[in-house]
Design a protein around this ligand. Structure first.
Ligand SMILES: Nc1ncnc2c1ncn2[C@@H]1O[C@H](COP(=O)(O)OP(=O)(O)OP(=O)(O)O)[C@@H](O)[C@H]1O
Length: 298
């Protein structure tokens, strides 16, 4: 069994009047790619800050690589991308990358930093102060990997990136994941968590409300439907099958809610011959997110 890289044990954080985290526990193993999801104010940045030793918890404990996160030995082995970071404006990107490499005893090759983050020759020659917001995010990513870290912690890394830059960013992250690095990231783009993470930890109001693979979470918590249209629109048909949870009509389409889409498709094709355009909807991360957040806020 691979070793625990992060252990969060009954962690709470109170700011003066706000309870930002309430007895949160989870652990992350070596090689996992984990996304922390949750609405604004759920506590994601607070937990990342505590994991990084930047913030002291009110109660509970955190181990990062088996050590106190404030231990200097930890810093050599992790890479971090935070939401707001100042860069040294007067340097060129290449100079900045070289500077950051010099902070580490076993840095990544400069060429690898450039390859993974997709920085172009022109961008490398540019002074940091002239970079666009999106280019600065890519430079931040390059700096995060400078020490060839075992663990990467990324707080909303794709915020402000266009679709092409986002795709290229995740390509870089996937390369690192394939090398066995442990990666923890937050995002507001749910499909990024769905596509990239092996595990999702869902937060709301400072609590963990779900923890599992994207498929596990969707299977357990989202609604699945078989939908179809009917020739001569005869309204909702009389259907009887033990796997039917509910039937409703939305515009010209009939939706059957079920946990067993295969059986329902086979039942419909045999018993309701005037149907066409049958579709299966296995549930979306968005639905899970909305349902859980609604339940969590009751
Ligand atoms: N320094 C602070 N002082 C007081 N309250 C704070 C402070 N930092 C965060 N909070 C509060 O703690 C809660 C959790 O904030 P946090 O930034 O961790 O959420 P988040 O999930 O990262 O949100 P977002 O998705 O908007 O970045 C919020 O209610 C926030 O207002």
């Amino acid at each position: 069994m691979s070793s625990k890289i992060i252990e969060v044990n009954r962690l709470s954080k109170k700011y003066t009047t706000v309870s930002a985290l309430d007895t949160v526990s989870f652990s992350i193993r070596q090689g996992e790619v984990v996304s922390l999801l949750g609405p604004n104010g759920a506590g994601k940045t607070t937990i990342l800050s505590i994991i990084l030793g930047l913030l002291t918890p009110t109660a509970g404990s955190v181990r990062l690589l088996g050590m106190d996160p404030r231990n200097q030995l930890v810093k050599q082995r992790i890479g971090v991308m935070l939401q707001e970071t100042g860069l040294m404006d007067r340097l060129t990107v290449r100079e900045l990358l070289k500077l950051f490499r010099s902070y580490y005893t076993k840095p990544l090759l400069l060429d690898d930093m450039i390859r993974i983050t997709g920085l172009t020759t022109k961008e490398l020659q540019n002074k940091v102060e002239y970079l666009s917001g999106g280019q600065k995010r890519r430079v931040n990513f390059a700096l995060a990997v400078a020490g060839n870290p075992e663990v990467l912690i990324l707080d909303e890394p794709t915020n402000g990136l266009d679709a092409i830059s986002r795709a290229s960013f995740w390509q870089g992250v996937t390369q690192l994941a394939n090398q066995g690095k442990t990666i923890i990231f937050t995002t507001h783009y749910l499909h990024e968590a769905d596509d990239i993470a092996n595990r999702i930890i869902l937060f709301n109001k400072g609590r963990v409300i779900a923890n599992g693979s994207s498929d596990e979470i969707k299977e357990k918590l989202s609604k699945q439907y078989v939908s179809f249209k009917i020739n001569n629109d005869t309204g909702i048909p009389q259907l009887k099958h033990p796997a039917i949870i509910g039937i409703e009509q939305r515009y010209d389409r009939i939706y059957i809610e079920t946990k067993d889409t295969d059986s329902i498709v086979s039942y419909i094709t045999q018993h309701q011959t005037n149907t066409y355009d049958i579709q299966i909807d296995k549930g979306k991360m968005e639905d899970v997110f909305h349902t859980l957040v609604k339940e969590g806020s009751k």
